[in-house]
Design a protein around this ligand. Structure first.
Ligand code: NAD
Length: 481
């Protein structure tokens, strides 16, 4: 797909010429060079894809859950075989360091498809309830409009199409403009593995294409991952149409160090916890909350780790920080740093572009101190390689500072005492916490508190409608196994 100008989208099991003649230009953020063009879908393209999904919905919804599970397993195998190719395709589009891209666009989606295959296998749509006196049946909602961002596109897609397909829904995917190519490849691969035409469709395009999908009459539910501001606009539209919405949104998470934290463990986990993917991850813990007595030591650790980290070509295996996804994103990050400086924050490390790069949207990893909790760098999601370090006066104060946010998505606690760390995690208003940098498995629920999400019933359940069939006399023997 690299080097080509695509004028088709994947609809109804085949490449179909786009109605729109407009194009999205895809740029490699590490070189600033053009890599491909993709169709910028219009309302006709969205309607064609949604109508294919609508037509496919009844048959797909009637397939046995085991059949859907077998296809999800086949998709997992196919992605597994082509992991390296997919990871490189994503890196070329969004600049994710290849070793990370192999996980978030390779092993992780494979694990997620296998997990949702297991979920489908153990799904029983009907059961008899004696007290209610009838059959409780859960039916797929129908066509799901799926809209995702570019930062970990294959994991995010797997997290959305996995439960939708397992539930028996069909999907129209609108990937981020920046990562159009890998979504098209995935749909083509799914079709080759035997997913029936119309079950997975991809319409490429930008915001307008996404908005057209949200508004499309053939869409029964919207499943969105992206920024809180776009989430609000989509929620307003869905509210007007009374359309179910699952929204996974932005974050400004905190890494809390307790006074017994092992600073070597924190140092080893720092980049993965606080600045994964050059800080372009929704759950990145970009607020580091350190005990006042250890404040200088923590700043030294953070500064040391980031000064040793390498910034550069994402394909180089020794590199820790790649470029930002776009020139616009770099400008936004630089603006946050400039505003923080003007507001009185001190740059303890970084703050500029790397001195020896001539191309690519690079910014040095940056540490800010003397940060007031009213400053935008403390309150707003920057989505770049910038952390702030603030002091706390004990566990309760640390929790208060961590909770002083309109977001609540991720979080971390570092302590030698796991019981104490888990107690801090219990009191933090957020959907996910990690103790000492522990990772999550594929079946872990993903949920956002406050402005970080909406409708977060994890997994299959969000894609199902309930039906009750009252039939006290005969229902029990008519339950479908
Ligand atoms: P974005 O909201 O600008 O775009 C995300 C997707 O939504 C893209 O496909 C875009 O084209 C589409 N879109 C944007 N506005 C729309 C609208 N009004 N109607 C319909 N579609 C619209 O986000 P971004 O800058 O591409 O991605 C970064 C954001 O995503 C960050 O805020 C990050 O925290 C968030 N994110 C959240 C999670 C999560 O699971 N909570 C995961 C990854 C990223």
């Amino acid at each position: 797909m690299i080097g080509r100008r695509l004028r088709s989208m994947f609809v109804d099991g085949e490449w179909r010429a786009a109605h729109s003649r407009a194009q999205i230009e895809l740029i490699d953020p590490s070189t600033e060079r053009w890599i491909a063009g993709a169709a910028d879908g219009d309302t006709h393209d969205v309607a064609a894809a949604a109508s294919a999904a609508r037509a496919a919905a009844p048959d797909w919804g009637r397939t046995a859950p085991e059949e859907r599970a077998a296809l999800l397993d086949a998709l997992a195998d196919a992605v597994d075989k082509r992991q390296d190719e997919i990871a490189r395709l994503v890196t070329a589009q969004n600049g994710t360091v290849l070793s990370r891209s192999r996980r978030t666009n390779g092993t992780r989606p494979v694990a997620l498809y296998r997990h949702f295959a297991d979920v489908a296998r153990s799904f029983h749509p009907e059961r008899y309830d004696g007290e209610a006196q009838g059959i409780i049946r859960r039916e797929p909602l129908g066509v799901v409009g799926i809209i995702v961002p570019w930062n970990a596109p294959q994991s995010l897609l797997a997290n959305k199409i996995g439960p939708a397909l397992a539930a028996g829904c069909t999907a129209v995917i609108k990937p981020a403009a920046e990562t159009s190519l890998d979504a098209l490849l995935l749909a083509q691969m799914a079709s080759a593995e035997g997913f029936p035409p119309g079950v997975i469709n991809v319409v490429t395009g930008g915001r307008r294409t996404g908005a057209a999908l949200v508004d499309c009459n053939d869409v029964d539910m919207v499943s969105f991952t992206g920024s809180t501001s776009a989430g609000r606009q989509i929620a307003a539209r869905c509210g007007h149409m009374l359309r179910p919405l699952l929204a996974e949104l932005g974050g400004k998470s905190a890494a809390v160090l307790l006074d017994d934290a092992d600073l070597d463990v924190f140092a080893a986990k720092l980049i993965a916890t606080c600045l994964p993917n050059t800080g372009q991850v929704c759950y990145a813990c970009t607020r580091i909350i350190a005990p006042r007595a250890l404040f200088d030591d923590v700043v030294d650790v953070v500064t040391h780790v980031l000064s040793q980290a390498r910034v550069g070509d994402p394909l180089d295996p020794g590199v820790d920080f790649g470029p930002l996804v776009s020139e616009a994103q770099r400008r936004r990050v630089e603006q946050y740093i400039a505003t923080a400086r003007a507001d009185g924050a001190t740059v303890a490390f970084g703050g500029d572009r790397p001195p020896d790069t001539t191309a690519g949207y690079y910014v040095q990893p940056t540490v800010l101190v003397d940060v007031d909790r009213s400053m935008p760098v403390f309150r707003e999601e920057i989505f770049g390689p910038v952390v702030v370090v603030v002091a706390h006066d004990g566990d309760d104060d640390a929790v208060t500072i961590a909770n002083d946010s309109s977001y609540g998505l991720g979080g971390a606690v570092f302590s030698r005492d796991h019981g104490r760390a888990i107690e801090v995690a219990r009191h933090t208003q957020t959907g996910g916490m990690s103790i000492n940098g522990a990772d999550r498995g594929a079946s872990a629920p993903f949920y956002g508190y406050k402005d970080s999400g909406l409708g977060g019933v994890p997994g299959l359940e969000a894609h199902l409608a309930y039906k009750f069939i009252a039939d006290a006399a005969n229902a029990k023997r008519n339950v479908r196994a």
